[in-house]
Design a protein around this ligand. Structure first.
Ligand code: ASP
Ligand code: CP
Length: 337
């Protein structure tokens, strides 16, 4: 398998031998990268998500679409939003769920990841939702199992369902018909260590947005070859020209060296401080994938303003993940049931 980190803009899922399927997901077995989808695939997920948003508004937000299917959360790295929203999504589709926690599993007795996932697969499960601290693990898992694999975040590489829920949330805010065509989106912060940035650059640009990444030079990837972005280190200059400002957390758990003089200095140059909030365009939207470090990349009071979409992102995450599971495992049941 090729190393997904060698060229972040053309990861291993682009290799047709690795995943011969194509979107719509009903025709493909896995969701590993935004590159699997392209513009049409993303729009297909958005369309199906609309139905599940409607389901979520019902008194009993549940449909029988995946009755008899089993969805396993296989998380080898911490998570709050992604894990809980996939589990909620699976239950709302009437799937059975299984929860695997690396720390309490036989991985701690020395069992290999391959033996572990093959063991789970042998139980007859239908989907594995995989988060791992190493880039490329979901591709490896997909090559070992017969179940569908969904990448829930692999190392610095990709987080495709985060990008899908972000696209959906922007669309919801500006009007679904407007799309993202020509929208000016600034992604600000620790791009180097961010799988969210990689998936979002692919998704936003596939939908026609103009993406600018803003980061100190030490927090940019070593090469930006193939990234469809403009690069800046002047946040004050970029803010007034942006329709969407997407902030990233400093991924200190992934940094192996000291890349910043201090967190305080980072905030002074690249944080959306209260003072910088005044530079935002009138209707600019503020986004963050969470977890937020309030006071570092975003001032606490700005995270709670009406133009902040952070809570909408989380809410839409459930419906988007329902759409992904439904498209991958689709039973053909009537969504309106
Ligand atoms: N939760 C997102 C991720 O897992 C972003 C972050 O952790 O900062 O990539
Ligand atoms: N945004 C995101 O992936 O959050 P978690 O790490 O809490 O899942």
């Amino acid at each position: 398998m090729s190393d997904p980190m060698s060229d972040p803009m053309s990861g291993p899922a682009a290799d047709p031998a690795a995943d011969p399927g194509g979107w719509p997901v009903t025709a493909t077995r896995h969701l590993l990268s935004i590159a699997d989808l392209g513009r049409d695939g993303i729009n297909e997920v958005m369309r199906v998500t609309d139905s599940f948003v409607e389901v979520g508004r019902r008194a009993i937000p549940k449909v029988p679409a995946l009755r008899g299917k089993t969805v396993v959360s296989l998380f080898c790295e911490d998570s709050t939003r992604t894990r809980l929203s996939f589990e909620t999504a699976a239950r709302r589709l009437s799937a059975d769920t299984m929860n695997f926690s690396a720390s309490s599993s036989s991985l701690s007795k020395g069992e290999s990841l391959r033996d572990t996932v093959e063991t789970i697969d042998a139980m007859g499960v239908h989907a594995l939702v995989v988060r791992h601290f190493s880039a490329g693990v979901p591709w490896q898992v997909a090559s070992w199992v017969s179940a569908a694999v969904v990448n829930a975040g692999d190392g610095w590489h990709e987080h495709p369902t985060q990008a899908l829920l972000d696209c959906y949330t922007i669309r919801e805010s500006i009007g679904a018909d407007a799309g993202l065509e020509g929208l000016r989106i600034a992604i600000v912060g620790d791009v180097k260590h961010s799988r969210v940035a990689r998936s979002n650059v692919l998704a936003f640009s596939a939908l026609g947005a103009e993406v600018t990444i803003v980061a100190p030079p030490t927090l940019l990837p070593p090469s930006l070859a193939g990234w469809p972005v403009v690069v800046s280190n002047d946040l004050d200059g970029v803010l007034p020209k942006s329709d969407v400002v997407y902030l990233l957390r400093l991924q200190t758990e992934r940094a192996t060296e000291s890349l910043l003089p201090s967190v305080r200095e980072y905030t002074a140059g690249y944080g959306l401080t209260r003072e910088r909030g005044a530079l935002l365009a009138e209707r600019a939207l503020v986004m963050h994938p969470g977890p937020m470090n309030r006071g570092v990349e975003i001032a606490a009071e700005l995270a709670g303003l009406p133009n902040s979409l952070v809570t909408r992102q989380v809410a839409n995450g459930v419906a988007v993940r329902m759409a992904v599971l439904y498209l991958l495992l689709g039973s053909g049941a009537d969504l309106g049931a």
